[in-house]
Design a protein. Structure first.
Length: 93
């Protein structure tokens, strides 16, 4: 089965600690995490799994005021156009 990707735009993802991207994962409607692959490509964070259905991105986000917080997006369908990472985290949080 081909892996399907969620794509997120984020300005200069290389300046973020690699652990932010490496520990991100996708959950389904049940909240169960799926094994995922991740990569940075230009200004995009790409994460995928072997399932062709909507999912929530869960990501540990560093903040100055509160330390690291685990945030998530709402359930997102797989589409060709990349999502804006910060907007989707704000919508899901």
């Amino acid at each position: 089965m081909a892996q399907r990707n969620l794509r997120f735009c984020y300005s200069d993802p290389q300046r973020m600690d690699d652990r932010v991207w490496q520990t991100a994962y996708i959950t389904g409607m049940e909240g169960i995490p799926w094994q995922c692959h991740h990569r940075i490509q230009g200004d995009q964070f790409i994460i995928g799994r072997e399932l062709d259905e909507s999912g929530k991105l869960n990501i540990v986000w560093p903040t100055a005021a509160h330390g690291n917080l685990c945030l998530s997006t709402s359930s997102l369908p797989i589409v060709d156009k990349p999502y804006d990472l910060c907007v989707e985290i704000a919508r899901g949080t």
